[in-house]
Design a protein around this ligand. Sequence first.
Ligand code: NAD
Length: 497
Amino acid sequence: MSHTTYKNLIGGHWVPSRTGKTFLNINPANSDDIVGEFQASGAADIDDAVAAAAEAYKTWRLVPAPKRAEILYRCGELLAERKESYAREMTREMGKVLSETRGDVQEAIDTAYYMAGEGRRLFGQTTPSELKSKFAMSVRMPVGVVGMIAPWNFPMAIPSWKLFPALVCGNTCVIKPAEDTPLSTFNLVECLAEAGLPPGVVNIVTGFGPDAGAPLVSHPGVRAISFTGSSEVGRIVGQTAAANFKPCSLEMGGKNAMIVLDDANLDLAIEGALWGAFGTTGQRCTATSRIILHKKIAAEFTRKLVARVDALKVGDGLDEHIQMGPQVNQQQIETSIRYCEIAQKEGAKLLTGGSVLEDGVYDKGHFFAPTVFGNVKPNMRIAQEEVFGPVVSLIEVESYEEALEAANGIQYGLSTALYSRDVNKAFQAMRDLEAGITYINAPTIGAEVHLPFGGVKQTGNGHREGGTGALDFYTTWKAVYVDFSDTLQRAQIDNAD
Ligand code: NAD
């Protein structure tokens, strides 16, 4: 089957990698379907892209923010027109079902409109000076060339969370998409270019992490790094950035807990558990991977959940009837297999799933059966480490306090959920769960773009995407003083009496 070869986008030109190497993007549901061929880039390509971004920065930073915002708005409109075809291409490149890839494109549309609005805000402050005839104010300034490294599970949404706030703030960008999902970044940037983004303002360099990602992080011309991915790689990225005193936003893994108390609406909690644990085939940083059950409802919840999981339709996400698609690649399948073995060795009880699906309709894809483990203890590895697959652990507890301890007893702190009708417990959970996000009577997934997104502990390093937190990362504050007294006035000295 013939396929398209995509080149890097550098300074508005489509150029092959200087390495001369390429790689294939293959549909995880059907290995016969080659989505495209992409450049396996290296450090020299990053050098070129950073130089192009630095050149474009000279003029882009001077474009008034409301004008930059108009380009984002137009980009949002183009994305909306092409939502269906981009969603289909995304399902082909990473596997999640069509309703979810439509949601992924919608998230980019929402972010475009939201950040377009920020073009007429980007507020700073004015404040009285301590001296006479002097104005004092703070203004947001762009950072410069920003390097962006994205994961594969939200192939358009996550690049949009990075690119759109960076652009409205006046930065120029070099983005390295995940090697499994470069096409969705191309689609996003195609809309930006058609919307009027000048050449060189966004540059795309595709390739593998150590070859193309690492040189972007260490490049002296890159003034800030925005990374989303695993905690393991995030640690390397953060250390490299720190060595150059480079601001670095790290959004990393999760091991998200849903607590179901004995007064919860059980049917609602089961719907939430199914969506939270098996949406995106469990490959979300916010996936519900631990369900902490009050002992009074544990047996009923478990029985009903397992029945619903057994009924899930697994297959090619392009089929509208399918509820759960494949895993993104063979490596993710192997991780799921490994954790299922670990869980059973630790004494967890396999209630359903736990195996690769490879016969018949599954023979050309990376499919894994939706899996539930019971009898899980909070300190087991299956309850502590991120699997990033369709595997959920059930943990039984005797009280809300024990549930809270289990929920918080992990190294991650991204998303959490509580199902209860007790308003006091709900507010306690909102206060006490150690996480960047807490849902009440909703699963651990479902973030909206205008709220801060990110986590505590080993999930992140204190920055936030989404909301106005994104503007804080992509701008730097400048304090400006204007003295119109025509005299030398010395702060802290001349007004001390
Ligand atoms: P990953 O860490 O393997 O890769 C992420 C990106 O980093 C890819 O583009 C990869 O090429 C690049 N990379 C790899 N090695 C690198 C290196 N040495 N230097 C620079 N870049 C390098 O993660 P993944 O498998 O793509 O994504 C899954 C992970 O992402 C999960 O841990 C998930 O929880 C996390 N995630 C977090 C969020 C969040 O916002 N907190 C959102 C989505 C995914």
